[in-house]
Design a protein around this ligand. Structure first.
Ligand SMILES: Nc1ncnc2c1ncn2[C@@H]1O[C@H](COP(=O)(O)OP(=O)(O)OP(=O)(O)O)[C@@H](O)[C@H]1O
Length: 302
């Protein structure tokens, strides 16, 4: 039975009167691995820092294991810049980890036994090496929820694969994670839920677990040759939801996998001319929306 780990209700925070988080609510259970995506400056790090107890919100409440603001059960990975630069990697582990032996074991898995960073001063190791050190220290803490901010930044492919495996193992054991990440590979492999911070709020959360279990209704990306109206799509057979980026790029949720054939037929019957058509992994759908917003596009809600 999964149990609720985190409950965030109506969180608000402004910096210098500029609202950053406007109204964030989020509930996570044990075993949830939540992908938090959002364009640069959207407030991901700020949100994680509030959950970790490093920042105080202007309004809203945070319950961890049912207790108010109990950040003892939260572990947030140290940013590479937050490590002690003038002492060695090993000294950082001894100073910052509650369980140095566990931190070393995790570091060995992330670093493929190349442990030279232990004896070097942190200011002399690379960004990726610092990243691995920060993650190993964070994951060595016994916590209910782990907050990893861009954890794959600077990791080579072998460390990346090890990190994915560690997250998968820990979540099976009951740990809950929030990964603030732009790395869609890690999201597809680890995360069962996804939400995007946009304009100070979490927009359109997505449950990826159905897709992982192979049972979710498909989302179709459709590019039409000419602009069309949303009503033309909503009246088609088997359509349950329609979103769009513009009047030629549509994301269409169908009722079931079996609905694909009749949907295609109804497009032809309605003379909707198709330039491109693809079935999307849900994370891919978000990647497209994310890229659109990153390039300065506006979200277009159909
Ligand atoms: N201490 C602070 N004082 C004032 N403004 C701040 C402070 N910390 C963050 N901000 C602003 O708050 C906004 C959100 O920042 P945050 O670092 O949370 O975004 P992010 O989504 O993590 O960005 P990125 O993807 O670039 O890491 C940004 O506009 C940032 O400039």
């Amino acid at each position: 039975m999964s149990k609720q780990i985190l409950n965030v209700d109506n969180l608000k925070l402004s910096f210098q009167k500029q609202p950053i988080l406007k109204n964030i609510s989020l509930s996570l259970n044990s075993q949830d691995v939540y992908a938090l995506v959002g364009i640069n400056g959207s407030g991901k790090t700020t949100f994680l820092s509030i959950i970790a107890g490093l920042l105080t919100p202007d309004e809203g409440s945070i319950l961890i294991n049912g207790k108010k603001n109990d950040s003892n059960h939260v572990s947030m990975a140290f940013q590479p810049t937050s490590l002690y630069p003038y002492v060695t990697g090993k000294d950082n582990i001894d100073l910052l980890s509650p369980d140095p032996k566990k931190a070393l074991d995790i570091l060995k898995r992330l670093n493929k036994s190349n442990l030279e960073i232990l004896s070097k001063k942190v200011k002399k190791i690379s960004f990726g090496q610092k990243q691995r050190l920060g993650i190993a220290i964070a994951l060595s803490k016994k916590a209910s929820i782990y907050l990893l901010d861009e954890p794959t930044n600077g990791l080579d492919s072998s460390s990346y694969k090890s990190l994915v495996k560690i997250i998968q193992e820990m979540s099976i054991e009951g740990c809950c994670f929030i990964l603030a990440s732009h790395e869609w590979g890690v999201i597809e492999k680890c995360c069962n839920r996804l939400g995007m911070i946009y304009n100070g709020k979490i927009k359109k959360e997505l449950d990826l677990s159905d897709y992982m279990n192979g049972g979710s209704p498909p989302t179709i990306q459709l590019k039409t040759t000419t602009p069309i109206n949303i009503d033309q799509l909503l009246e088609l057979d088997e359509v349950t939801n329609v979103d769009s980026l513009d009047a030629c790029t549509w994301y269409i949720k169908l009722q079931s996998k079996q609905a694909l054939d009749s949907f295609q037929q109804s497009l032809t019957l309605k003379n909707i001319s198709i330039q491109e058509w693809a079935r999307l992994h849900p994370a891919k759908e978000w990647e497209i929306l994310y890229n659109h917003l990153s390039e300065g596009g506006e979200e277009h809600n159909a």
